[in-house]
Design a protein around this ligand. Sequence first.
Ligand code: GCU
Length: 607
Amino acid sequence: MLERSDLAENALQALHDEAYDTPFNTQTLNHEGMIFIGGRKARSLAGEWNFCVDLLDTGLRQKWFALEEMAATERTEPWDYDPHEGETVPVPACWQMLKDRWYFFEGSVWYSRCLDMDAITRDKRQFLRIGAAQYDCKIFLNGAFLGNHYGGSTPFFCELSEHLKAGRNWLMLMVNNTRTLDRVPMRNTDWFNYGGIYREVALYQTPRVVIKDLFAYLVPDNGYNKIAVEVSVDGDVREARVDISQLGISDTITLDEDGRGRIIFDARPDLWSPETPNLYDIKLSAGSDHVSDRVGFRQISRIDDEIHLNGNAVFLRGISVHEDDVTHGKMTDEADLRRRFADAKELNCNFLRLAHYPHHEQAAQLADEMGFLLWEEIPVYWAIDFDNQATYRDARNQLLELIKRDRNRASVIIWSVGNENPDTDVRLRFMQRLVATAKSTDPTRLTSAACLVNHAKNRIEDRLAEHIDVIGINEYYGWYEENFDDLVAIGENSSPGKPVVISETGADGDISETGPRTGLFSEAYMSEVYEKQIATLRHLSYVKGISPWILYDFRVERRQNIFQRGFNKKGLIAADKITRKKAFYVLADFYAQKRQAQREGEKNHDH
Ligand code: GCU
């Protein structure tokens, strides 16, 4: 295994080649390799995987992925890690939550396991899907490098078909969560830098002809009487068949030479809304491939400074939420998600901001069923290397993976492309391109970003506002900004001409027994901030939604004072996801009033 380096006669490749990772950064696993999985049978690869931390990337330097499986006694050369044996960890999971010594570990790790296959037939294709791996994930099968993916919160696929053999295969995933200057997010975030394969890993077997994408939506022309279905198929077929039986739709879609097709049907579906979360079963087949989905049809639009759902002005009674758990870190499950929506319902919400990255796909699936509107976003957060083309490529890919994953979800109404980025020329160019990408990939939703107030002019003014539909504003008057009167002045000085969503506001409240009783970080002070914020925001006519920061206290390295101790305490509910703070009820009361007013408005409108 000791490869000589061409650097010098006495040099060794594994020790002196600092470009060792270049061949493994192809980023070929990206949105283009996605296939549609709705209705498919998945072979879950969840369970115990062999695991090893690898701080110095010894695995890539020494090529651990090339080690043949054999008994230690048979080896003729020394080795530093044998992927075929050693300690194991559960997949999915965040490694920081598994062992104290891995809590702050940041670097590369290796997951590996056997993959037993029956006879391999060439009329089938095998796709490995990783629900999410934080941040860089390199895939190796039977010693061959198959590609890598950047991005910590979106799914990606790797086709294994040509590399699998009948019987025992060896699958290895190297995951690296190091924060770097060119990644998205960069190095400094106000949420914990988890790592690992923390969402489902599964194998999908398909025919040779594979349905890559299905996008079904109500044509947003205010007619509410046309449904568009767009499909993408990989394989030698020139038509696909679509059925929405409850609407009497059953027809053939002609595919072009690239396997793409689009069809528009006349139909009058019962519209989807939070109050009426109507969903329709849609089936699509091409060749011998079959997929399905459950889709709600609705129209979301912006008219002047109003947000309209199905033609009715709507106020977004929201709350922000991270994907974070005191025990499981960034890993979530259905029970955790159902609790999240139940708590939001108790708060009288109709809207959630899924911050600051794409959440588990089940969040939008449940929001479709339970009736919530969602803001989804990519982690173009704080400082980003906006002038770096590789960084833009990464951000764009994460956005496309998010949109392709969730664009059949009626609950998702806003794609957000950034959070609290400085209003500079390079950032504006970067964001304009992302917004254009979102609009061209999905013309049926609104675009936004969480912007900052222009403190020099003391008003809402960000050049990006011209290019997005909804202006998100993060403001913390009463907390970071101690002069609360400035918020009133900003309200009077601003005339955004578009709907504004206060995408963040709030304050910390430490309700533990060591928490303060008065002043900053006390529950009482947090509640007062909410009262003052509501008293001011409710009079700003262009504010069409609020998603205060945040539903639950959450883990973060950068908060270490005696009241935070590694957690951000702005949660309306403590990290136990049970204990409500006083501000929870202040907001719930306000939202109950807004909901009542909306209902009365609709009643008057109907008369
Ligand atoms: C910022 C940021 C959040 C952060 C919050 C806070 O606005 O967007 O990610 O957690 O403020 O300071 O608590």
